[in-house]
Design a protein around this ligand. Structure first.
Ligand code: NAG
Ligand code: NAG
Ligand code: NAG
Ligand code: NAG
Ligand code: NAG
Ligand code: NAG
Ligand code: NAG
Length: 437
């Protein structure tokens, strides 16, 4: 508490000593908007037009948001305080600012505010957009800012240090439509953390440390970005409910098998690039037998081609884009594409595809098939065709490339050997000449 008072005093003092002379208006005004970007300001100017509706204070040296003058600007809708050094916000300073729709606090020192242990910044009556990215916030700190944010629709917490999403985190912001949580270190998401956000439609969890999605149950989500995590399996809760998910990005993870999706879904875009997915088992014996029960319900894994499986388990009737490039697909089960009646773009490049095991594979509507064997040296061959013939994806090119690679290596090696050899010969000649002299 004492620390807090001292801190307040120093803020007041700082305020006095840095008081801007009234004649030196620090900001350019236009259409009731104040542009005060990069002006070395230490505090929010007091002398702006009282009806100002936007203040851009980004890139200054502001350290705190005191009680005044903000509430004086009653028409203010948009406040940009990004890239300052803010570590203190007076609780309740925004509580009566009923015009304020957007606050940008990106790239400040807000973790310090949360460390002091105040009750938070208080009510944000009408704020719809709040950017708290790049503030070194960790577990439990975001709550200080969104505890009372009934109108909040967009929240960015990108580039912080959050490890866990607790089930209380978003309780004070039930209207959220979009949350950006990319580039944190999220390892755990508590059950119920997002379920209460009935209008949540976009969620970005890219670049975190999530290892498993075991009970996906967010029926309201439309766009989910889980790329660049360490996800090994993606499972949906067993249910006949309809899911709204249209775009799912699971690229650059460690998936071993095709994800388990809701039976009734609207998936249009599915990115599974850069995983470890196999669609068929190499051998259904010994390997991973210990997990058999758990793995049996997974479509297209472990079960070998001859075994029957429940086809209805894979229902991707609306899927248009499927990116399966950079995986470990060796062969494709007969029924794999059966439900994918809308599929138009399929990327199978950079797999270990030996052949379409069975020539009956049906991919009816495909317009763009990419089946390239990209090897080193940037050699690429792409195939875009309407009706696939397995031959188009076969290894002819691969052999050519291998031959080329070997030839190149041999050539380079022989050049090196000749080079090194002649260098030594030259040295020896020099040496014997010196010796003689
Ligand atoms: C907040 O400001 C940062 C830096 O100026 C900018 O990159 C970001 O897009 C802004 N956020 C919003 C929601 O406009
Ligand atoms: C969700 O959105 C609907 C339609 O826009 C709106 O009527 C409703 O109040 C919102 N719910 C919440 C909790 O904000
Ligand atoms: C999520 O964040 C990543 C990382 O910056 C970005 O590339 C991607 O476009 C975002 N995804 C969505 C759906 O906005
Ligand atoms: C899938 O994600 C990868 C990044 O890992 C990206 O290069 C590729 O373009 C994406 N595919 C589609 C169809 O968007
Ligand atoms: C497959 O999904 C569609 C909607 O995308 C739905 O109408 C249909 O009933 C589903 N089929 C099964 C067998 O669940
Ligand atoms: C296959 O799916 C149907 C319809 O969803 C279900 O009734 C049946 O029990 C499933 N069979 C197996 C073996 O899982
Ligand atoms: C796979 O091919 C599709 C369509 O050609 C393309 O959009 C996508 O970026 C490719 N994926 C990668 C990882 O290059």
């Amino acid at each position: 508490m004492r620390l807090y008072i001292i801190f307040l005093l120093s803020v007041v003092n700082g305020g006095m000593s840095n008081h801007q002379p009234a004649e030196g208006m620090p900001c350019e005004m236009a259409n009731l908007q104040a542009f005060c970007h990069n002006k070395d300001l230490h505090q929010i100017p007091r002398e702006l037009h009282p009806n100002v509706n936007k203040i851009d204070l980004s890139g200054n040296l502001i350290q705190s948001i005191p009680e005044m003058p903000l509430p004086f600007y009653t028409s203010l809708q948009c406040l940009d305080l990004s890239s300052n050094q803010i570590s203190f916000i007076t609780p309740g300073v925004f509580a009566h600012m009923t015009s304020l729709l957007e606050i940008n606090l990106s790239n400040n020192n807000l973790y310090e505010l949360a460390q002091i242990g105040t009750e938070g910044i208080g009510l944000l009556p009408k704020v719809e957009i709040l950017d708290l990215s790049h503030n070194s916030l960790y577990n439990g700190m975001a709550e200080y800012f969104i505890k009372q944010a009934p109108a909040l629709r967009y929240l960015s917490l990108a580039g912080n240090s959050i490890i866990m999403i607790s089930h209380e985190m978003f309780q004070g912001s039930p209207s959220l439509v979009e949350i950006d949580l990319q580039s944190n270190i999220i390892m755990e998401i508590e059950e119920g953390a997002f379920e209460t956000l009935l209008n949540l439609s976009r969620l970005n969890l890219s670049m975190n440390s999530i290892t498993c999605i075991s009970d996906f149950s967010l029926r309201q989500l439309e766009i989910l970005d889980l790329s660049r995590n360490s996800i090994e399996s993606f499972h949906t809760t067993e249910s006949d409910d309809e899911y709204s998910l249209r775009c799912l990005d699971l690229s650059e993870n460690k998936l071993l098998r095709f994800p388990v999706f809701p039976k009734v879904n609207k998936l249009v875009t599915l990115n599974l690039s850069k995983n470890l997915i196999q669609l068929t088992a190499e051998s259904s014996h010994n390997k991973m037998d210990y997990m058999e029960n758990e793995w049996l319900d997974a479509p297209f894994y472990l079960l070998d081609q001859k075994q029957s499986r429940n086809k209805s388990s894979l229902n991707l009737s609306q899927l248009v884009y499927l990116d399966l490039s950079y995986n470990e697909v060796k062969s494709i089960p007969d029924e794999f594409f059966e439900s994918m009646l809308s599929l138009q773009t399929l990327n199978l490049s950079k797999n270990c595809l030996q052949t379409f095991e069975n020539k009956n594979v049906q991919i009816s509507n495909i317009e763009h098939l990419t089946c390239q064997y990209t090897q080193n040296f940037g050699y690429q061959e792409e195939i875009h065709i309407g009706n696939i013939r397995p031959e188009d994806c076969e290894k002819e090119d691969l052999k050519k490339i291998n031959f080329l690679v070997i030839l190149t290596v041999v050539l380079v090696l022989s050049v090196i050997i000749i080079g090194v050899g002649s260098f030594f010969c030259f040295r020896r000649q020099n040496f014997s000449q010196q010796f003689k002299a």
